[in-house]
Each structure stands twice: as C-alpha cells, then as structure tokens.
Design a protein around this ligand. Structure first.
Ligand code: SAH
Length: 342
C-alpha cells in the first residue's frame, strides 16, 4: 500500500504506472499530510482511480476527549479491524501513542489489550496513519508538523511485529516525511530479547522502554507469561547491548500492583538489579481494567517508592496518569469502539 512506502518507493511506483515523476511528490506529500483520497485536490481523477486500491482507507469510529485534554480515537481499517490511539498534550508538544497490533498475544495479567488475543499485525502504513491522522487534526503542515513525539505504547507488542514496526520507524523519521527524530520516539516492549538485539543491530536509536513490573523471574512469571521465555538477566544483557550501541538511556516501566510488587523489599530488589546502569524507572500505579481483578497502588505509595528508589541511586518518576476517564491510560487500550467511563 502507498502509505507503507518510502519516498523512493513511491517514485518507483508512480514510474511503473507510467505517470510523470512530479506526481510522486504530490502523492507522497498528500500522504504525509494525512489526506484521504477525496481530499487530495491536485491529482486528476483518472490518476486517483488508478491508485485507489493501493491507498489505505480507514474510518474514525470514535473520538473522545478527556477532561485533561487527552484524546483517544478508535480507527477502523477496511477489513473491519479496530485499534485505538491516543493524543497526549505536553508543554513541549504533542505525543501520539500508537497501536502496533490488533489485539496482543502476550497475555499480561493486568492489560486490557490482550483480552481477546491477537487478531493481526498492523502494517507500517496503518501504524503511520494513526500519527498522520492526529497531525492533520491538529493542523500540521509540511513545514510545521504538530506531532513532535511518538510512543509505541498502544495495543500490541511492537517487537512481535518487528518488520512492520521497523519500517514504520523509518517512515515516521524520514526527512521527506514527518521527520520525527528517533530521539523523540519511545518503543515499549515486554522484553522479546532477540528482537532487542536486532533493533540495535539494524541501527535504530529510539528510546527503548522495558515493561519490567517485577525484579525477579518468579514474581514476573505470575503476571507476565513472556517471563517464561526470557529471564530478567537476559533482558538486562540485551539492554546493556542496546545502550552500548546507541548511547540511549533505557527506561523501565513498573506498574505498581497493590500487594503484589509494591512492598519495600521488592522495590529494594528492583534497585539492586538496576544499580550501575544508565536507566530511568517509570512507576505507574496500575490503571483499572474492568475485567481484571488486580488493584493499583495509590499515587501516594508510588511517590514514596520513587523516593526510595532515588535514595538507592536509581532515577525514578511517577508517570502522570492521563486520559483515564476515556480509558486512554496505560493498559486500557483495546480493539473495540472506545467507551467513556462514568
Ligand atoms: N506491549 C508493549 C507495549 C505496551 S505499552 C509493552 O509491553 O511494553 C503499555 C505499558 O503499559 C506497558 O508498560 C504495560 O506493561 C503497561 N500497562 C499495561 N496494563 C497496565 C495497567 N492496567 N495499568 C498500568 N500500566 C499498564
């Protein structure tokens, strides 16, 4: 599909259609602006008819705005698959949180995205479409894009869809495209070890974020099935490799589940395994997911534990919860038309 293509690929594609070369530029720019086929006014009807079947089409089936201005969309592709994406407003700009798969097969006990398993992978262009939609919505132009940051923290496990995610990273950071620097992109993973090595070897330099949630394998296995495949030791070695290759500090996400992983001893163990690494811990009081029986720690407890980690020499912050009232917060995204909480 056209949105899956780099500029060079679009040029090749247009050439194969026996169309003049300047059409490639027009088409690529229209894509970058997030235009639908109907909205592209500088391409002749005949040309549009030729490319119609190669152009990704989608429908926004829900668009919710939270009290804190966080926005969530449910985006439906032509095969009926729905994923959610979130727009977060920060002082320095706008961040889009994209989904990388329809559903997820990782089975984490606390996460809504995995409730119905994995339906399918998203293509690079489908992941990109989520960013382009919000950029257009905010009035972004080719000279001035509005979206400044991207996080791969929506539905799905990015490293379980490696090839499409890698292509997406290339597209979204391409100079001719949205040109979002890899420094401003965070990829979050539950820890698929060989793919972390591959990411480093393929020359990417995005911020790597590991969903750790436990400082020992025994505890981790009770909440994250992936812990049966890869040990924390293996994950940390892969992180060291990534850091050596990229110089990028690793972030660790730690969702605080009341009575499970939020006691002093467990947090001390977390500090001891991370000690000496250039990293940062993001504490997230677990957000509620109706179908799950786990309870989040209070924010007060989260701040206490962040203080404790800092004392033990580990940089730590409590993640701001945004968009919880529209189920747009961490772990609340899923593949259905978004609901609004009462
Ligand atoms: N599959 C990737 C991307 C998801 S990112 C990953 O595992 O990293 C979403 C982040 O939110 C992950 O760190 C995830 O573990 C965390 N999360 C999932 N459910 C949550 C919940 N109910 N409350 C808080 N954080 C949650």
């Amino acid at each position: 599909m056209i949105q899956d293509m780099t500029y060079a690929e679009v040029c090749e594609y247009v050439k194969n259609l026996n169309e003049p070369a300047y059409r490639a530029k027009q088409l690529f720019e229209a894509c970058t602006l997030g235009k639908t086929l109907e909205e592209i006014s500088n391409l002749p009807k005949i040309f549009k008819e030729k490319i119609e079947n190669d152009y990704i089409k989608f429908e926004i089936v829900a668009h919710l705005v939270s009290k804190d201005e966080t926005q969530k969309i449910a985006i439906k592709f032509e095969d009926g698959s729905i994923v959610e994406s979130v727009l977060l407003k920060y002082k320095y700009g706008y961040t889009v949180c994209v989904s990388t798969q329809v559903g997820c097969r990782m089975g984490c006990k606390f996460c809504a995205s995995t409730l119905n398993g994995l339906q399918r992978n998203l293509s690079a262009g489908e992941i990109l479409s989520q960013v382009l939609f919000f950029n257009k919505y905010l009035g972004g132009t080719l000279k001035e894009r509005k979206v400044t940051n991207v996080v791969l923290m929506g539905c799905g496990e990015p490293l379980d869809n490696y090839d499409n995610v890698a292509k997406f990273l290339r597209l979204v950071s391409a100079e001719e495209g949205l040109n979002i620097s890899q420094r401003n992109i965070s990829l979050s993973t539950c820890g698929i070890v060989p793919k972390i090595y591959q990411l480093a070897d393929d020359g990417f330099s995005v911020t790597l974020t590991i969903s750790l949630h436990a400082p020992n394998d025994e505890l981790r296995k009770t909440i994250m099935p992936i812990a049966n495949a890869y040990s924390i030791k293996e994950i940390l070695s892969a992180c060291d490799y990534y850091f050596d290759k990229t110089g990028r500090r690793i972030a660790f996400e730690y969702s605080l589940i009341s009575g499970k992983n939020d006691d002093d001893k467990t947090i001390e163990q977390l500090a001891s395994i991370l000690k000496g690494r250039s990293c940062h811990v993001n504490l997230i009081p677990l957000n509620s997911v109706k179908e799950k029986q786990l309870l989040g720690a209070t924010r007060k407890r989260a701040y206490q534990l962040a203080g404790k980690l800092e004392k033990l020499g580990i940089s730590a912050t409590v993640r701001r919860t945004m968009g919880e009232d529209i189920e747009g917060a961490c772990g609340q995204l899923r593949n259905r038309v978004g609901a609004k909480n009462d």
